[in-house]
Design a protein around this ligand. Sequence first.
Ligand SMILES: [Fe+2]
Length: 151
Amino acid sequence: MLTDVLTDAVDGRAIRALSLASELLCDRGALLVRARTLTFVPGERAWTRVLDTPDADAWLIAWDGSSRVGAHDHGGSHGAVHVLQGTLTESYRPNPKEATERVRHITRGTTLTIPEDHVHDVANLGRRRALSLHVYSPRLTSMTFYPPVPG
Ligand SMILES: [Fe+2]
């Protein structure tokens, strides 16, 4: 069950992503075993797909200390991100015309919903590794990357 959810928008696709995340997290042990198969590169992320259906997919992402994605979108997919271990930091602009970024920390046990038009950066700013589950509906087929916000 998802108990601590940070949500900006909930519609059918977001609910689908949240529902699948909840289902996958019912066997947290299997996810942790799967995570052990990931090979770490210092300062980088490693990932593996754990679900692949016609309307959704899910990925386990292991974050080494000081790793980050860079500002990106999700190609129109809704998403749900659940942090299994460690803490991730998300930076985003709620309004694309707004210059100031907002920052929120996604701690262990927290789930974040990602609206279809959301652009954000996610990082593990700590030294310890973090592990997260990412579910997308529709399936994640593209990501566009953006330059960092000056400031
Ligand atoms: Fe993302």
